[in-house]
Write a protein that binds this ligand. Sequence first.
Ligand code: SIN
Ligand code: FE2
Length: 209
Amino acid sequence: MPGDLFPETLAHPGLTILPGFAGEAAPALMAAVREIAAHAPFRRMKTPGGKEMSAAMTNCGAVGWVSDAKGYRYQASDPYTGLPWPMMPVIFRDLAQRAAQAGGFAGFAPDVALINRYEPGAKMSLHQDVDEQDFSAPIVSVSLGLPAMFLWGGAKRTDKAARIALASGDVLVWGGPARRHFHGIAPVKAGTHPLTGAARVNLTFRLAM
Ligand code: SIN
Ligand code: FE2
């Protein structure tokens, strides 16, 4: 019975939880993150309102998500270096595609991976991912390193958010009617993890353009 295999899928329509899906790939994914960050360093972007975000961020792919006084957007060059974003590694693309398929979205071909790094205390407030052009593609989210509490809300900001514990290697896929659901990350608790040290790293794969 599918309910036995993926109970959370039934509890949270539109969201598929794939526990440990990236566990085996995690060390190679982190090595790739370090390589990307050597070219496009993690930085704390400012919201359009001028507030520094608590999670540090970088990107790889044809475009990258950026935020500054002019707003949120995707752009082909890294404003920090002036260079194109590093290419998306094959292992990223492959993992994202396989996870999307497991979540019911065969043929997912992301053009960007946002890479967030949360040090203890960092969080991401409830928000929607709405800067992409095509909402028929899902979001694939990969957790590495320190655990975190994912907040899964609804279509409205005021909808009560479920709390879903995420460990290193866990993957989430959401799409369809849930593509624009509010979501966030509660403040990351202090700790260290062999893969990342005192940090949680998250990859979100998207089709932006
Ligand atoms: C995001 O919503 O972009 C990131 C979520 C996460 O860090 O798990
Ligand atoms: Fe998001």
